[in-house]
Design a protein around this ligand. Structure first.
Ligand code: 0X9
Ligand code: ZN
Length: 298
């Protein structure tokens, strides 16, 4: 089932206490409403490449934190040799719920809330789209300046403490991260930079090749889920100021994707709990293939 923020943080504490030697907590921000935005680092040895996972920047996309927490548990408890390889030969930095205030709001008030919960000056409307608030081509196109819109970019880049905190964390640790994945739903797509232009980044061929490996691996499973891929602006729509573009342009993380998980629209954001485990397993298969292919690039 889906859990509330409090349960997710209790789970983190339990895991941190149980796997003391290979885990470490970190906090990237205090939210507008004063909650910590917490993450967990999993590292079995020094010198590993680093993988950063951002999840639930959009409050209503519950499947993302359900998958991120399952992922944490798998990395620490699975005896599957492929998962052990992932766990022990990479450093994982996983933030299961970035938009903590919005997430709590979706549990208590409005299941379909997307944005943060910080009020906007001179507006009756509340909240900014975190995935338009990063300081990378902020507001150049395809984001809204209307505080009442669901893709409102905020009054200024980094106006949201959650986004500012993550940006600073990524920037100040840039040499640690080789891959960044931003978990979203829904659409069953892998989106690579750029979001602000249909021009493609220098390593576009590599990014599409790695995305293809993900889609193939997921497609091979008995669930039969189909994933498509492409650049954000090319395959979906303009989305400037998004996490992966900040990661690519400002934190020098050249393998980075938005992963739009299940489904393709039947249930949309309100994905029934019966989908959680299948979604987790196919995401694991996809990420495994993604990392293997990325590693082959050298
Ligand atoms: O609009 C978004 O922020 C993402 N889709 S969602 O339905 N989960 O809200 C897609 C963003 C993709 N673009 C970039 N990452 N640049
Ligand atoms: Zn989203």
């Amino acid at each position: 089932r889906y859990y509330e923020l409090e349960d997710i943080y209790k789970f983190l504490d339990k895991i941190l206490a149980k796997y003391l030697t290979v885990t470490e907590p970190f906090t990237i921000a205090q939210s507008y409403e004063g909650r910590p935005v917490r993450g967990i680092k999993i590292s079995y040895k020094t010198g590993n490449p680093g993988i950063y996972i951002e999840s639930n920047i959009h409050a209503r996309e519950w499947i993302t934190s359900a998958t991120a927490t399952w992922f944490i548990n798998e990395l620490l408890t699975s005896s599957d040799p492929d998962i052990r390889n992932l766990a022990e030969n990479y450093d994982w930095y996983i933030v299961p719920v970035l938009n903590v205030d919005g997430f709590v709001y979706t549990h208590n008030k409005d299941r379909l809330w997307r944005k943060t919960r910080q009020p906007v000056a001179h507006s009756p409307c509340i909240g900014t789209d975190g995935n338009r608030n990063f300081d990378s081509y902020w507001m150049v196109n395809g984001a809204s300046s209307d505080p009442c819109a669901n893709d409102y970019a905020g009054p200024a880049p980094n106006s949201e403490p959650e986004i500012k905190g993550e940006s600073e964390f990524l920037r100040s640790n840039k040499d640690k991260f080789n891959v960044l994945l931003a978990f979203h739903s829904y659409s069953q797509m892998l989106l690579s930079p750029y979001g602000h232009t249909e021009e493609v980044p220098p390593n576009n061929d590599d990014l599409l090749k790695v995305a293809d490996a993900y889609a193939q691996a997921v497609g091979k499973l008995s669930y039969g889920s189909e994933y498509t891929y492409g650049t954000s602006a090319g395959a979906m729509y303009y989305a400037p100021g998004a996490t992966i573009d900040f990661a690519y342009n400002e934190a020098d993380i050249k393998i980075t994707y938005t992963i739009e998980m299940r489904d393709t629209g039947r249930h949309g954001f309100v994905l029934p709990p019966t989908h959680i485990l299948p979604n987790c397993k196919e995401t694991m298969a996809g990420i495994m293939a993604l990392i293997k292919e990325a590693q082959n690039l050298g």
